[in-house]
Design a protein around this ligand. Structure first.
Ligand code: HPA
Length: 272
């Protein structure tokens, strides 16, 4: 079955469960899933209930779509995402983003845990993504173009929406949160990078590194969505200090940032 047929099947199986039309989609990254408690839930669909939908295998990620309202706005949350390093094809990795688009959402907020590369960052800070480097992972647009989503050769000169970025900046200011702005590089994972790789990413202009998001943003941009990306810097990247990286620490730090992160996201959603 090709990517388009799979998408259609998944979309139809979710539509059999709910006719909810979201305005905004949100993907919650590692340790940030608790934001879902803030919305008035109307319907939950587990990924496992959907024909052909890949199941996230990572601890710290549940796997479900949560449909509900926040400040009167219709929202769909993906609590837990699917990563390339889990072994799935890129078209499976971005299936959720494409479903959110087909359900009707035009705006997408992507969140993640990431390692800080910019020396002005520190563990625990929050960065809004201004641009990304996805060159080190395959494009989710590879293969036959899905014409109903977008064109064969989409422009990527402005992946992250300027208006949403400005809303994020003003939301941070309002809450006295020191929001960093920077370039996110996607690595394949699941291993963390070597210090030499981090020096390479730094030389290429990256401010943070993670294992998700850029491919999702690319698929969303292809489909014409307005995208905001937010990274929680859970650690400084390999070699930038003497800390040994571990998923347990990443999850714990993400949980520690979650308070500020939720405040920021709440204010962004109010102002969107
Ligand atoms: N590298 C890649 N992905 C990550 C990191 C990192 O240092 N921290 C959290 N996700």
């Amino acid at each position: 079955m090709n990517a388009e047929e799979k998408l259609q099947k998944c979309f139809e199986s979710i539509r059999r469960k709910t006719d909810f039309v979201p305005e905004i989609g949100i993907i919650l990254g590692t340790g940030l899933g608790s934001f879902a408690d803030e919305i008035q839930t109307e319907k939950i669909v587990n990924y496992s209930e959907l024909e052909y939908f890949p199941i996230s295998t990572v601890s710290g990620h549940s796997g479900r779509f949560i449909f509900g309202k926040f400040m009167g706005k219709n929202i769909v949350i993906m609590q837990g995402r699917v990563h390339y390093y889990e072994g799935y094809d890129m078209t499976d990795v971005v299936l959720g983003v494409r479903i959110i688009n087909l359900l009707g959402a035009k705006k997408l907020i992507l969140t993640n845990a990431a390692g800080g590369i910019n020396q002005n960052f520190s563990k625990g800070c929050i960065m809004a993504i201004s641009d990304h480097i996805s060159t080190f992972v395959p494009s989710p647009l590879r293969g036959k173009n899905i014409d109903m989503l977008g064109e064969r050769f989409p422009d990527m000169s402005m992946v992250y929406d300027e208006n949403l970025l400005n809303i994020a900046k003003s939301a941070a200011k309002k809450n006295n949160i020191d929001l960093k702005i920077g370039v996110y590089a996607q690595a394949q994972g699941p291993n963390y990078e070597t210090p030499a790789e981090i020096r390479m990413f730094k030389a290429l202009g990256a401010d943070a590194v993670g294992m998700s998001t850029a491919c999702e943003a690319m698929a969303a941009k292809h489909a014409g969505m307005n995208i905001l990306g937010i990274s929680c810097i859970t650690n400084m990247a390999a070699g930038l200090n003497s800390e040994i990286l571990s998923h347990t620490d990443v999850k714990q730090t993400a949980k520690n940032i979650a308070g500020n992160f939720k405040t920021l996201l709440r204010t962004i959603l109010e102002e969107i």
